[in-house]
Design a protein around this ligand. Structure first.
Ligand code: CP
Ligand code: NVA
Length: 311
């Protein structure tokens, strides 16, 4: 694709209009139900997947999606590329653009991802950065829609670290009218600029967005309780300090779940650190929909691959 042609990156959900998010959800549902034949959509196409951090779901779902769509995916470990020896992101982006049709990258720094997208001639998809995890939240919105039959007016309570997943939940929920209440400890709040943007999107969509300290306050009347690890990849040095702050108050227990006063589903992007952010009792219970979330990554990746390709 030449630089003069518009390419569709998916770096964060800010890039998407609410209509785009709905289109992706509807398309993924139809793909899942077998109502759209995607088996040749990626015929002859190659997805380059750059990983600077480990992955199970993101890697496997994108790879299987490409295979099932008639294309091919290349796993490119950052440290095995010349990037790991100091080749510039600019040169890497320009060179990969001559070989592959789409790039998906999981990186530490969101700024690196932006640089990669800037110099790439092919669409770039964020497979998780320190700032956000948009492809996760798109498939989570699909999961919520499947379970509850609606998104507008659904209440999600996010309990824990104001990390990349929380940031993407803020953008995704506020854009399409899902109420989001976050309970985070002081010093571990979501990105302030993203919170500001979410409040603006919410003013348009009618979503209620709030940030509180007490998990018991956030979960009142919640349809969904969502949590994520207290120690994201790259933060291992802070592990002990973080666990001291989070575990006493922010672990999702069955007591917290039942305190909503209604039937509430439990969500987690995985990998879970059982006994830290969630108890076995909750994640293994009938209200846990974590494996449906994981499955939906596959269906949503297909919708995303079509979307960035302009299909
Ligand atoms: N949820 C998620 O992105 O999982 P992986 O780290 O296994 O890709
Ligand atoms: N917040 C987690 C998400 C993993 C999918 C991390 O960045 O490690």
């Amino acid at each position: 694709m030449g630089r003069d042609l518009v390419k569709r990156d998916l770096l964060w959900l800010v890039d998407l209009e609410p209509e785009d998010i709905w289109e992706l959800i509807v398309t993924a549902r139809r793909i899942k139900a077998g109502r759209i034949d995607v088996s040749r959509d990626m015929e002859g196409k190659v997805l380059g997947m750059i990983f600077q951090k480990p992955s199970t779901r993101t890697r496997v779902s994108f790879e299987v999606a490409m295979l099932q769509m008639g294309g091919h995916a290349l796993y490119l470990n950052w440290n095995d590329l010349q990037l790991g020896r100091g080749e510039s992101i600019k040169d890497t982006a320009r060179v990969l653009s001559r070989y592959v049709d789409i790039i998906m990258a999981r990186v530490y720094s969101h700024l690196d991802l932006k640089e990669l997208a800037y110099y790439s001639d092919v669409p770039v998809i964020n497979g998780l950065s320190d700032l956000c995890h948009p492809v996760q939240i798109l498939s989570d919105l699909l999961t919520i829609y499947e379970k509850l039959g609606r998104l507008v007016g659904v209440k999600v309570a996010y309990v824990g670290d104001g990390n990349n997943v929380a940031n993407s939940l803020l953008i995704g929920c506020s854009k399409i009218g899902v109420d989001l209440s976050l309970a985070c400890p002081e010093g571990y709040e979501p990105n302030q600029d993203i919170l500001g943007m979410a409040r603006e999107y919410a003013a348009q969509s009618g979503a209620k967005i709030e940030l509180v300290r007490e998990p018991s306050e956030a979960v009142k009347g919640a349809d969904i309780i969502y949590t994520d690890t207290f120690v994201s990849m790259g933060m291992e040095k802070e592990r002990e300090e973080r666990l001291k702050v989070f575990i006493p108050k922010y672990r999702v227990t069955m007591d917290l779940v039942t305190s909503t006063g209604k039937r509430t589903y439990f969500m987690h992007c995985l990998p879970a650190h059982r006994g830290e952010e969630v108890t076995d009792e909750v994640i293994d219970s009938g209200i846990s929909i974590v494996y449906d979330q994981a499955e939906n990554r596959l269906h949503m990746q297909k919708a995303i691959l079509r979307w960035v390709s302009g299909l």
